[in-house]
Write a protein that binds this ligand. Structure first.
Ligand code: HEC
Length: 151
């Protein structure tokens, strides 16, 4: 082999060794990455999703990565930020938790006009919208939830 050929051969061997080494290291990484958002629904949660879509909640909110941004809170991660109890109370009487709420009919749908069964389905849907730490939808609990815990 000429000097140039030797150098080329040596370089090719180095690249091959590096590639195999990288493959071995990746093979060792068996821990799969956690999803940032995930979903936990029973039958009621799935029915709640149908109701959510039918009522046009997407025209102000974003959930499952679908819907408007900037009009109303993003609901992905809602089931991690809020408890089921908070959600149930919000659907029963939103103004009791959020003074001046949009959901007394002033802007959003008036939740007080929902039937009890419909509220339960929406709670089941929203409670199943979960987020892991590291997701932009995984902030600390909103201030009013903290105040309520202290009271
Ligand atoms: C016309 C716009 C609009 C529509 C349509 C709408 N919302 Fe809202 N929603 C808001 C606004 C604004 C807020 C901010 C908080 C408030 O005003 O109570 C909100 C807040 C919420 C919250 C509380 C979020 C939190 O954790 O603080 C939930 C839950 C919610 N909406 C569910 C729904 C559901 C379910 C529907 C469909 C039945 C819906 N919204 C349709 C405007 C809307």
């Amino acid at each position: 082999m000429k000097l140039g050929e030797k150098l080329m051969f040596g370089f090719a061997v180095l690249v091959a060794v590096a590639a195999v080494g990288k493959g071995v290291r990746q093979f060792g990484d068996t821990e799969p990455a956690k999803p940032r958002n995930y979903y936990e629904w029973d039958e009621a949660g799935l029915e709640g999703h149908v109701l959510y879509r039918r009522m046009g909640c997407n025209s102000c909110h974003r959930a499952l990565g679908v819907g408007e941004i900037g009009v109303a809170p993003v609901l992905d991660g809602e089931g991690t930020r809020r408890t089921r109890e908070w959600l149930a109370e919000y659907f029963r009487d939103p103004a009791a938790l959020v003074p001046g709420t949009a959901h007394d009919g002033s802007l959003g749908p008036d939740f007080r006009t929902l039937r009890t069964g419909e509220r339960a389905l929406l709670v089941a849907f929203l409670a199943g919208l979960k987020a892991n730490p590291g997701s932009p939808n995984h902030p600390r609990p909103p201030p009013e939830a903290v105040v309520k815990d202290e009271g």
